[in-house]
Write a protein of this length. Structure first.
Length: 335
């Protein structure tokens, strides 16, 4: 009788066991952030999810747009975001000011100032009478927000020539797409220009490049992918699968033979003509590492610059916040 009852109990437990196995096999959900369409990987990678052989099996991706990296920091802290594309300055601020000591850099998004590739340009009007950086003294400078990667680079470039905010110049905030208009309307005298806005015909007709970011900072690890250590430790196998698929997809986008199709994808996402994307993922664009490996040496210099500009107080040894094992293991699979 006892044996019969035990058998019956086991039979009844089978459906519950099945549910447990199914739940254990559910794909890991990865919410991935972006700000700029096309330029940020998370905005475009799902257009080629047919190349992601692990997608829907070991992981899924939800692409989430944010106005900027400060909102991402809050989302990461609240576990509302798994993979974020943080600027070097935002990373430093997240570690010190938001207390995210367990955040880890896991991959490269893009780098500024790599020889042969694009570097952020800083424009003045041709009729402004400004011919050197020292001429900015007493002028108004455009910025997309205090503590942003572009803002820190701008402050560093001006400081290198003896100019300090408030003492020597005034800053006026505005979104990057609005910068050329602010320059033309004479609201500001100097603006930062990222791609694709440097292709603006009027900007190049009425404006001129005063300097480039590389002139002040050399190579900059502008944006990197980050995740929290607790999430990495819990989901390492799925994250290596994810990184393998991301390598496959990002390499496809940066392969010159696919450029015509890439332009069509960009056109669909932005509602702009495809012929406007001749620069995308070429040497007219910023550099993207083919193995998704960030430049850690440059990142350390950039974080040090963020401290020099007053946005963090303590020095950070950035190597403590870097985990390249996911990308490295994924790259070995594709050799």
């Amino acid at each position: 009788m006892r044996l019969a009852k035990l058998a019956a109990a086991c039979i009844c437990a089978l459906p519950l066991l099945g549910i447990g196995i199914a739940n254990a096999a559910e794909p890991v959900k990865i919410r991935m952030s972006w700000v700029a369409p096309v330029s940020n990987w998370a905005s475009i990678i799902l257009e080629k999810k047919d190349l992601a052989k692990h997608f829907g099996k070991s992981y899924t991706i939800e692409s989430v747009r944010y106005q900027g990296t400060p909102q991402m920091i809050t989302a990461i802290a609240n576990n509302e975001l798994e993979v974020s594309n943080l600027a070097y300055s935002s990373l430093a601020i997240a570690i010190e000011n938001a207390g995210l000591d367990d955040i880890r850099v896991i991959a490269d998004e893009f780098q500024d100032g790599v020889p042969g590739y694009y570097s952020t340009k800083f424009y003045v009007r041709k009729d402004s009478g400004i011919s050197k950086i020292e001429d900015i003294k007493g002028k108004v400078v455009g910025t997309n927000g205090g503590g942003s990667a572009v803002d820190v680079a701008l402050r560093a470039a001006l400081k290198k020539h003896g100019l300090e905010e408030k003492r020597d110049y005034t800053m006026l905030e505005g979104p990057l797409p609005a910068m050329p208009a602010m320059l033309f309307e004479k609201k500001v005298d100097l603006i930062p220009v990222v791609q694709p806005f440097s292709l603006n015909p009027k900007l190049n007709e009425e404006g001129k490049v005063l300097f480039e970011q590389r002139d002040a900072l050399g190579v900059t690890q502008m944006i990197a992918w980050t995740a929290r250590k607790s999430f990495i430790d819990k989901n390492r196998a799925a994250l290596v699968d994810f990184m393998e698929d991301m390598l496959r997809i990002t390499r496809w986008f940066t392969d010159p033979k696919n450029h015509a199709e890439v332009a069509q994808i960009a056109s669909k996402l932005t509602k702009q003509p495809a012929d406007r994307f001749g620069w995308l993922f070429t040497k007219q664009d910023t550099f993207r590492d083919p193995n998704l490996i960030p430049n850690v040496e440059a990142l350390q210099r950039n974080v040090d610059t963020t401290r020099e500009m007053g946005f963090i107080k303590k020095p950070l040894d950035i190597k403590k916040y870097v985990d390249l094992s996911l990308a490295q293991e994924a790259a070995k699979r594709l050799q």
